[in-house]
Design a protein around this ligand. Sequence first.
Ligand code: AMP
Length: 193
Amino acid sequence: MLNLVLFGPPGAGKGTQSQKLIEKYGLIHLSTGDLLRSEISQGTELGLKAKKLMDEGLLVPDEVVIGMIESKIADNRDAAGFIFDGFPRTVPQAEALDQLLEKYDQGITCMIALQVDEQELVKRLLLRGKTSGRPDDADEALIQKRVVEYNTKTRPVADYYAQQGKFYAIDGIGEIEDIFAKSCEIIGACQLA
Ligand code: AMP
């Protein structure tokens, strides 16, 4: 299996690159943000609880997202692989993901981190907010809060994969196609390793 973690702060371009990678490698896209928004639109109890935190720019509890990922992996055992987008966002989530994949004798192939400076992130997210309909993209103070959550809780996840020799960083500012080509180069090298 090819199991990729696409990493980076909100607005780094994870969703855009995910779509291209899914098409090329035939992977299943697992975005915890999308899964949570789907729970919200269905009005589930989980969705209602998550919405409160998401609207404040805060992370939802680890067990909630781990549970969602666990059931998606179990439902797609025959997949060519997965692309994890916006997950794991904490070290305990990364540890849980390793344990989940181990159950199927699988592991993470590599993490690709899209690096974008804070000023550019805020600019991109405010622009996306004009059309995305996402309340958390519409307000600059909320965007800053999400970036703080990223810096404090999510950044250490990069070290977790670096320790396993699976961390690869790419400049996330530039042409979409160039960033995609670099991602494919990294994936190719990791598949050979
Ligand atoms: P995203 O679409 O990835 O930007 O996620 C939107 C929001 O959903 C985040 O700001 C968090 O509140 C929540 N969320 C998404 N994925 C996770 C995760 N892996 N862990 C905790 N909260 C998450």
